[in-house]
Design a protein around this ligand. Structure first.
Ligand SMILES: [Zn+2]
Length: 300
């Protein structure tokens, strides 16, 4: 009997195509499988609730995010400007002024802050955030650990953002459908996530940074995410590469959390120019799409 057919990953299914994943590689006690149809990569077995809360309680990279909050702000500002131009294209608005935005998986609110700076009425949602880590009172008021963040419009926002979130979810298709319900008519979604079919992912194979068991459950391919968005009721889907501008020190420390072996790459740069900001293509993608109105939405 073929050992691959007995692997756990072959009993896991693609969240987009609903067909079995094909075993790709093992990482720790998890297996990753790849969808033969759309190229999305998924972990198996799915981590339990307990495993997830334990993991996020001690996750090193969130501490890194807190430590480099100021430097990371520049990255968030660039991304917020991308959201602004997407909103201008998709929603026909002139800017983010008076646009309601909900950042799902907002962590300590760096991106909520960047959206506020552009005039958006921005809020954040994150079940794992420690309120003590949120730097200012204004942000504390705007960030919630549960659904009570809803505000005045029944929890709906013009623009829903998910940066580095969808790869953490056990049920991403359900999350996209739920997201659609939380978006107002004429509204849009903006997603950043690793791309399982990016050049870097192909070169690095199982060592691709995004394959982080417990933390990263589904790493979508671009075509997989587009298909998932279509199925969840989104239209006018645009996808592109995600360039990140990160400080050399931040990258150096992040590489440390991924594996000591990579840190030497940036060590010389870090010593020469400590405040250096590096444009990095880390195999990520940016996807935005507009909410498709259903028949009942049109009548309502
Ligand atoms: Zn698939």
């Amino acid at each position: 009997m073929n050992p691959e057919s007995e692997s756990a990953a072959s009993t896991a299914t693609c969240p987009v195509c609903d067909i079995s994943l094909r075993f790709a590689f093992k990482k720790g006690r998890f297996e990753y499988g790849r969808c033969p149809e759309c190229g999305t990569v998924g972990a198996h077995p799915l981590p339990t609730d307990q495993e997830l809360s334990e993991h996020y309680a001690r996750a090193e990279n969130y501490k890194v995010l807190k430590k480099y909050e100021e430097r990371y702000a520049a990255t968030y500002r660039r991304t917020a400007r991308m959201v602004k131009s997407a909103a201008m294209r998709k929603m026909g608005v002139e800017g983010l002024e008076n646009i309601s935005a909900l950042d799902v998986g907002c962590n300590i609110g760096g991106f909520v802050k960047a959206l506020l700076e552009l005039g958006a009425d921005a809020r954040g949602l994150d079940p794992y955030v420690n309120p003590d880590d949120i730097s200012c009172d204004e942000l504390k008021k705007r960030i919630s650990r549960d659904e009570s963040v809803s505000g005045s419009d029944g929890g709906q926002a013009d623009c829903l953002t998910m940066l580095g979130v969808i790869e953490h979810l056990r049920y991403p298709a359900a999350a996209l459908a739920e997201s659609r319900d939380r978006i107002k008519d004429n509204g849009m979604i903006f997603i950043q996530t690793p791309d399982s079919e990016s050049a870097i992912a192909k070169i690095m194979g199982r060592r691709f940074f995004a394959y982080q068991p417990v933390e990263h459950i589904y790493v979508f391919s671009r075509r997989g995410l587009i298909k998932a968005l279509e199925r969840a009721g989104f239209v006018e889907i645009e996808a592109g590469r995600q360039w990140k501008f990160l400080s050399a020190s931040y990258v150096h420390e992040q590489l440390g959390t991924w594996g000591r072996g990579f840190q030497w790459l940036l060590w010389p740069l870090r010593k020469i120019v400590p405040g250096l900001s590096l444009p990095l293509y880390g195999g990520g993608m940016t996807v935005c799409a507009k909410k498709q109105l259903s028949e009942s939405d049109r009548k309502g």
